[in-house]
Write a protein that binds this ligand. Sequence first.
Ligand code: ATP
Length: 199
Amino acid sequence: MTLVIGLTGGIGSGKTAVSDRFENLDITIADADIAARTVVEPGTEALTKISSHFGDDILCPDGSLNRPAMRNIVFADKSQRRWLESVTVPAILAELRQILDNAKSPYAMLMLSSGNGQSPWIDRHLVVDVPVEVQIERVMSRDSNTREQIEAIIQSQLSREQRLTYADDIIRNDTGLEQLDIEIKKLHQRYLKLAADAS
Ligand code: ATP
């Protein structure tokens, strides 16, 4: 089986900047956020179940899932949240597993933006680490969120320290993008070697 590198980090730490660079090196990326959207696209089994359960009001006029409406329902009602997860989580896992199984690259990456960063499929953890102040500044200049909203999201996520306890490799991403390119190239060489040794 392909060596799987787990890629995690807090909001705005630079996971996408990192995964884009590995993707440019032709490494397969299984992104849990993307999978969560893919499995509820129009025509999917999950979206059919969701619209039967909540009614067609949960759909936008174009037939796609009305995400803000869905969020409001599950935010207010835990049992509905559990029901939704019972439909979406197995579909997301199947989607991610398929991407990893079809990977043609010497190793693959599983990118987890939320949750505890753990998965039995991960062989080695890569954590993108930046000081909280850098997270806040970068997200404020990327999105229209307020400082308070970003701080609340950071509070709801694992702390820097918690992430670093399970890290096998760490990218300190508070320097510029040139330094990031250098770090990625080094890690790529390391992972190629690990993948070759494991096969
Ligand atoms: P999220 O958790 O919200 O999905 P993320 O961890 O994927 O975020 P990115 O979107 O990759 O983070 O990065 C956040 C912002 O910081 C982006 O605007 C990105 O371009 C910028 N950024 C990332 N790394 C660097 C860097 N080394 N130097 C300068 N800017 C950076």
